[in-house]
Design a protein around this ligand. Structure first.
Ligand SMILES: Cc1ncc(COP(=O)(O)O)c(C=O)c1O
Length: 388
């Protein structure tokens, strides 16, 4: 046997986001618009609750599915806001971030040979998990439809092998949210097909003027729907590792076992802090959104002046402009913009091959920085055009 490892692990690549962000220290003064996390601090009440848990020795293992009190508040908070009902004891699991939820569901459901439909371009986290399970990603190209999954196109991809359809709403990397009427049509179509639905709604609290519609509000989907929420993006709690998974009791019964053998439980001090995040600090995302809205305007206005086609994002904190006019692949565009203009963004191809020809700008940075980055980018783009 020698030292050979699992072939699927061998084929797993490092995230493209890190490929750029790891280079930033080599360019002093570069502005970092690669980050997938808010820059606003964790709410004071949340910090205090975490501190109290540590000082009070509330740091042992919790129930595998999470502290019952946290499950109750999470089920009530998200369920009340997005119009769904999941039992806190049998249908709610606290996971180590949204990533932990994705992993547990996919490993519970997938068998080798299964197909999983993903609307692309999309967050790079799903593809490797699907492939590690021996399943096959099937790509729904959303580029022609403004990054919103098209109902007929999606239906045409569903075969007897299709096990799961994944959604990420609002989307990373495009920031686009599926409109309410499109959600109605998608739900109506999906109700006619025996597939599981996994909706990663980690950015549901990061929205601008349009509220998020959840697949959870459609009763016809309930027995095969899994919903992911979490505190990474809504409360800047990326390192605290708190996610929430909601799903039907008969299957969650198995999901919690997979989750348990992976992490035993989400970090307990973070779970205590999470009770405060969804209680006393529940309005923290509103303040964050107010700040990010101004930043989004700076970015969209600048991209408009640069004449780079961009679909207006109404969620998350990303813009995803097209750079197809330039004879450069997106990775070279990003590397050159970092080296020549001191602005770091993520190449679109980090979000599956369907992101080629785009770049992702994360604008969760101070306004002055965002403004300066856009000025630099504008000069860079002008220079590219001049040298054509
Ligand atoms: C769409 C999406 N899902 C999941 C995650 C991971 O979230 P967490 O840090 O809660 O695991 C991210 C992080 O960028 C994301 O963008």
């Amino acid at each position: 046997m020698g030292r050979s490892i699992n072939g699927r692990a061998l084929d797993t690549e490092l995230s493209g986001i890190r490929q750029i962000s790891n280079l930033i220290p080599e360019y002093p003064g570069a502005i970092n618009l690669t980050v997938g996390q808010p820059d606003t601090p964790v709410p004071e009440g949340v910090k205090a609750a975490g501190e109290r848990a540590i000082r009070g020795d509330l740091t042992g293992y919790s129930h595998n599915a999470g502290l019952p009190e946290l499950r109750k508040i999470a089920s009530a908070y998200y369920g009340g806001k997005y119009r769904f009902e999941y039992d806190p004891y049998t249908e709610t699991v606290v996971t180590a971030g949204a990533s932990g939820a994705m992993d547990a569901v996919l490993r519970t459901l997938l068998e080798p040979g299964d197909e999983v439909i993903i609307p692309v371009p999309i967050f790079a986290g799903y593809e490797p998990l699907i492939k590690l399970a021996g399943a096959k990603p099937v790509y729904l190209d959303t580029r022609p439809t403004g990054f919103v999954p098209d109902v007929e196109q999606l239906e045409s991809l569903i075969t007897e092998k299709t096990k799961i359809v994944i959604f990420n709403n609002p989307s990373n990397p495009t920031g686009v949210m599926i409109p309410q009427d499109q959600m109605d049509s998608l739900a109506e179509m999906l109700a006619r097909h025996p597939v599981f639905i996994l909706s990663d709604d980690i950015y549901s609290e990061n929205t601008y003027g349009v509220s998020h519609t959840s697949f959870g509000k459609y009763p016809a989907l309930r027995d095969r729907l899994f919903l992911i929420h979490g505190l990474s993006k809504s409360h800047s709690m990326t390192g605290w590792r708190i996610g929430f998974l909601f799903g039907p009791a008969d299957i969650m019964n198995y999901v919690v076992r997979i989750h348990a053998y992976n992490t035993i439980c989400a970090p307990t001090p973070s779970q205590h802090a999470a009770i405060e995040a969804l209680g006393g600090s529940a309005t923290a995302p509103d303040k964050m959104n107010e700040i990010n809205l101004e930043r989004r305007s700076i970015v969209l206005d600048a991209l408009h002046r640069m004449q780079l086609p961009t679909v207006k994002p109404n969620g998350a904190f990303y813009a995803f402009p097209s750079i197809q006019e330039f004879p450069l692949i997106s990775k070279d565009f990003a590397l050159r913009m970092l080296a020549e203009a001191g602005v770091a963004v993520v190449h679109g191809s980090a979000f599956t091959d369907y992101g080629e020809g785009y770049i992702r700008i994360s604008y969760a940075r101070p306004k002055a920085e965002v403004r300066l980055a856009m000025e630099r980018m504008s000069e860079f783009v002008e220079q590219l055009r001049r040298n054509r």
